[in-house]
Design a protein around this ligand. Structure first.
Ligand code: HEM
Length: 146
């Protein structure tokens, strides 16, 4: 597989133009030619990094997990001296799922006596008003019939 091809740093150094841009991060040899113009940090930084091992620079920026995952997309090989185990470290990190255990606590509803009381009032007040109205009507129409 291309991702497992071993390259030396001097081989990588031969790919340092905009039309052929390779670099090394974490022992992974990356062909970022298609990414140069898309890089959110600008194409200049990538072109300055071309042909070099820029692991430190990449990490110093504090690239997001999404950016780290993108590395896998552009990998064309492994730097000589790096074992595949080392290069697979990022893959392990990328499978880390954020734990959402805390979200469950958002569903705990605190029991409060006020809403229950308010519901009773809301139910009985209209009944009381309607009852009063019909009693009044009954009494007044009853008296007119006499
Ligand atoms: C294949 C290698 C690279 C990929 C896939 C990549 C990807 C990204 C992405 C996705 C961002 C947006 C912010 C984020 O998600 O972290 C970003 C920002 C940036 N990158 Fe890269 N990057 C690469 C290499 C580099 C290198 C080698 C440097 C510097 C030597 C660099 C410098 C920057 C800078 C300065 C920003 C802007 C940070 C900011 O605005 O806060 N990147 N990169």
């Amino acid at each position: 597989m291309a991702e497992h091809t071993i390259h030396t740093l001097s081989e990588v150094a031969q790919h340092k133009s905009k039309k052929d841009c390779w670099l090394v991060i974490d022992g992974r040899v990356l062909n970022v030619t298609k990414f140069v113009e898309e890089h959110p940090g600008g194409e200049e930084v990538l072109l300055e990094s071309a042909g070099k091992d820029v692991t430190k620079e990449f990490k110093d920026i504090g690239h997001s997990k999404a950016a780290q995952n993108l590395l896998l997309k552009y990998q064309v090989g492994v730097l000589q001296g790096y074992t595949l185990k080392k290069a697979a470290d990022i893959q392990v990190a990328s499978t880390d799922e954020p734990k959402n255990t805390k979200e469950m606590s958002a569903f705990v509803i605190k029991d409060d006596s006020m809403p229950k009381y308010a519901a009773l009032v809301e139910f009985f007040v209209p009944l009381l008003v309607a009852g009063s109205y019909f009693s009044y009507r009954y009494l007044t129409t009853g008296s007119s019939m006499v």
